[in-house]
Design a protein around this ligand. Structure first.
Ligand code: GLV
Ligand code: GLV
Length: 350
C-alpha cells in the first residue's frame, strides 16, 4: 500500500493522462490538499501520516522535524525548480530522495523577467496609474520618459538555465550581455565579468541565483550603490536574495532608475507593506512559471520524480544522489505502474 500527500490541487485537471490521473493510476492512495492556501505546518504533518511520498510546493517547509515524525517518507517531489523550502541534507541523512522540476519553466520565467524588465523600463504601471488618476493630459514630448532597451547592456547574475534564456532573448534587442557567477560557462551567450564590473557597466541587472546562505541578502545597499543611476534591477529568483529596505532606499534616492520584482518577502505581500510605496517599482505576485502549459509540465515532472523514487528507479531530477540506497544506486528499468508494490515488498513494506 503506497500513500502520497499532494499539497495543492495540481494543474492539468484530472482527466486521463493528467498529472493527477497518472499519480492515481500508480499509487494506492492519493490525498490532495484542496484549499487555496497552503497547509499549515501542523496540517502538513497530520496529512503526511503513513505517507511514502510528498508532492510539495515551494510554500511547504520540509524540515528535520517533519522528516523525523514521518519516517516512512521515501521521496519529496517539489513542484518548483527552487528547493530552498526543503532541507535537502536532512532528507539525505534519512535516505529521503528529493526531486525538483527544472527545465520546463525556464522559458516562462525568462519571459516573465522580460515582462518586468520592459514594464519597468517603459514605466507601464505609472502610466496605468496616471490614467486611473485622471492625470493623463494632452500628449507631451517629455512625459513619463523611460529607458531605452535596444542596444544597451544587460547584466545577468547567476548564469544557470533561466539566466541563459534571459540572455538569449536579449539578442533580439541587440543587447550586449554580461554575466557573473561562480565560474565562466562555455556556452553562455555573454561575457563573463566580475560582479563589480557587471554592476558598473549594465543598464539592466537581472538576478537568477538560487536562494542559499551565500546569496541571502546579496543585493544590499552596496550592490545598488554600485549600479548606474539610470539602470533597472529585476528579480525573478527568490525574494530573500534582495534586501528590500536597501532597494526601497535606492529607488527613493534615485540611485537606480527602476526595478521589477516577481518575488519578495514575505509572500504573499500584505497590501499595506512599505514596498508598495517604493517609487518606480513594478511588482508581480510570484508568477514566473505561471502559464497553464508550464505549470502542467511541472506537475508531470513532479509526478515523474515521485513515481520513479517509489518504484526504485533513479529520478531524472534527483537533487540528492547521496540519499540513494544501494539497490537504487543501480539504474534499473522498472515499469513504473507495475513496480510500486514490488519495490515496497523488496524494501520489506506490506
Ligand atoms: C518557482 O519559483 C520555482 O522555483 O519553480
Ligand atoms: C507617437 O505616437 C508618434 O507618432 O511619434
Amino acid at each position: 500500500m503506497t500513500r502520497v500527500f499532494v499539497t495543492r490541487a495540481l494543474p492539468g485537471g484530472s482527466g486521463p493522462g493528467s498529472p493527477l490521473a497518472r499519480l492515481r493510476d500508480a499509487v494506492d492512495e492519493v490525498d490532495v490538499w484542496e484549499d487555496e492556501a497552503p497547509p499549515s505546518p501542523a496540517a502538513l504533518l497530520a496529512r503526511s501520516e503513513d505517507c511514502d511520498g510528498l508532492l510539495s510546493m515551494l510554500t511547504e517547509r520540509v524540515d528535520a522535524a517533519l522528516l523525523d515524525a514521518r519516517p516512512g517518507l521515501r521521496v519529496v517531489a517539489n513542484m518548483a525548480v527552487g528547493y530552498d523550502n526543503v532541507d535537502v541534507p536532512a532528507c539525505s541523512a534519512r535516505g529521503v530522495l528529493v526531486t525538483n522540476t527544472p527545465g520546463v519553466l525556464t522559458d516562462a520565467t525568462a519571459d516573465m523577467t522580460w515582462a518586468l524588465l520592459l514594464a519597468a523600463a517603459r514605466r507601464l504601471p505609472e502610466g496605468r496609474a496616471a490614467i486611473e488618476a485622471g492625470e493623463w493630459g494632452p500628449w507631451h514630448p517629455s512625459w513619463l520618459l523611460g529607458s531605452a532597451v535596444t542596444g544597451r547592456t544587460l547584466g545577468i547574475v547567476g548564469p544557470g538555465r533561466i539566466g541563459a534564456a534571459v540572455a538569449r532573448r536579449a539578442q533580439g534587442f541587440q543587447m550586449r550581455v554580461l554575466y557573473s557567477g561562480r565560474s565562466a560557462k562555455a556556452d553562455f551567450p555573454g561575457e563573463f565579468v566580475p560582479l563589480d564590473d557587471l554592476l558598473a557597466r549594465s543598464d539592466f541587472v537581472s538576478i537568477h541565483v538560487p536562494l542559499t546562505e551565500a546569496t541571502r541578502g546579496m543585493c544590499d545597499a552596496s550592490f545598488f550603490a554600485r549600479m548606474q543611476p539610470h539602470a533597472v534591477f529585476v528579480n525573478t529568483a527568490r525574494g530573500p536574495v534582495v534586501d528590500q529596505g536597501a532597494l526601497t532606499d535606492a529607488l527613493r534616492a534615485d540611485l537606480i532608475a527602476g526595478a521589477g520584482l516577481d518575488v519578495m518577502t514575505p509572500e504573499p505581500l500584505p497590501p499595506d507593506h512599505p514596498l508598495l510605496h517604493a517609487p518606480r517599482l513594478v511588482l508581480a505576485p510570484h508568477l514566473g512559471s505561471a502559464t497553464l502549459e508550464t505549470r502542467t509540465q511541472m506537475a508531470h515532472l513532479a509526478v515523474d520524480g515521485l513515481l520513479a523514487a517509489l518504484t526504485g528507479e533513479r529520478p531524472v531530477h534527483l537533487l540528492n544522489p547521496d540519499a540513494l540506497t544501494p539497490d537504487t544506486r543501480e539504474p534499473d528499468a522498472l515499469d513504473v505502474t507495475a513496480a510500486t508494490n514490488d519495490t515496497a515488498r523488496r524494501r520489506g513494506r506490506p
